[in-house]
Design a protein around this ligand. Structure first.
Ligand code: ADE
Ligand code: ZN
Length: 332
């Protein structure tokens, strides 16, 4: 199965670029920027990656992001991730970035977007990995801050295709961001949101009914509401499920307890993704392999995750056809 997964062309739809910051690069950037980390070495960083919940992870994730100061830092971060994509046979990726994590520290928006976008261009030219960017609003901050962020991003509109919503979910419902999502919709941006990761099933409903999102990021708690499950099945809204993340953040205690089999049994449109691979112990192949082994999935189911992601991606019909053809070559 490992060989099959490695050979399968894949599409990633849920990855935070700040969550791809490997400890080794964190140290290199800290040194380059004269920043002192609260860890002696890489092994201490890795030892700190034991999380009780989403918030305990976010605390370290935002701390780690403090080493990112210059355009080149964002380039190096993104380039390293795109190389991992190539190694894992990920042919296309839609990357989240969190501008407020950086602008709140005084880093200019242009440094963030320029560095990431330049790496994406090089990734396409030199690695054959295509990518798009999705700007995420931090939901623990105010809607005014999100509105200001969207306004600051508009001069760079050609560099991103959509907006999303991430960070601390519980207590920060989608409806808090109705206005900024309406603004994004008006200018033709794609819309996604994290919902039903730690928050209740009702947040998934809100994301659909009030934000008009096209995909739900995570969404695993939908199973708490049978009517919502039926709606997701009938509408075919894609869920970007992140198995290793869900275990690391204790949404499920073990991979065997993950509700993926239930989601599949319900006929939902499931994709598999890595979320924050540097923090959660694995990129795309590791996530695919974890669920394949835990649930003894067959090849058709595994290839189905790739096909679902290709169909759910915000790409041209031409690119979609090419990606499907690549999957057809290994899944005949
Ligand atoms: N930001 C980075 N990873 C996240 C996750 N899994 N949930 C919410 N916000 C995040
Ligand atoms: Zn996420």
């Amino acid at each position: 199965m490992r060989d099959y997964i490695e050979g399968l062309p894949k599409v990633e739809l849920h990855v935070h670029i700040e969550g791809t910051l490997e400890p080794e690069l964190m140290f290199r950037l800290a040194e380059r920027n004269g920043i002192t980390l609260p860890y002696a070495d890489v092994s201490q960083v890795k030892a700190a990656y034991e999380f009780d919940d989403l918030q305990s992870f976010l605390d370290l994730y935002y701390q780690g992001a403090c080493v990112l100061l210059e355009e080149q830092d964002f380039y190096d971060l993104t380039w390293a991730y795109l190389q991992r994509c190539q190694a894992d046979n990920v042919r296309h990726t839609e990357i989240f970035f969190d501008p407020q994590t950086h602008t709140e520290r005084g880093v200019g928006f242009e440094k963030v977007i320029r560095g990431i976008a330049r790496a994406c261009l090089d990734g396409e030219r030199q690695l054959g990995v295509t990518s798009e960017l999705i700007l995420c609003f931090l939901r623990h901050l105010s809607e005014e801050s999100a509105i200001d962020t969207l306004a600051a991003a508009m001069p760079w509109r050609e560099h991103f295709i959509g907006v999303g919503l991430d960070s601390a979910e519980a207590g920060n419902p989608p409806e808090k961001f109705n206005r900024v999502f309406a603004e994004a919709r008006e200018v033709g941006l794609h819309l996604v949101a994290h919902a039903g990761e730690e928050g209740p099933a009702d947040y998934i409903r809100q994301a659909l009914d009030e934000l008009y999102v096209e995909r739900i990021d995570h969404g695993v708690r939908c199973t708490e509401d049978p009517a919502l499950v039926a709606r997701l099945r009938d509408s075919g809204v894609p869920l970007t499920v992140c198995p290793l993340s869900n275990v690391k953040l204790r949404v499920f205690d073990t991979i065997e307890q993950h509700n993926l089999p239930r989601l599949l049994h319900e006929g939902l449109n499931i994709t598999i993704n890595s979320d924050d691979p540097a923090y959660f112990g694995g990129y795309m192949n590791a996530n695919f392999l974890a669920v394949a082994e835990a649930f003894d999935l067959d090849r058709a189911t595994i290839a189905g995750f790739s096909r679902n992601a290709i169909d759910a991606a915000f790409i041209s019909d031409e690119r979609r056809r090419a990606l499907h053809a690549a999957v057809d070559e290994v899944d005949t």
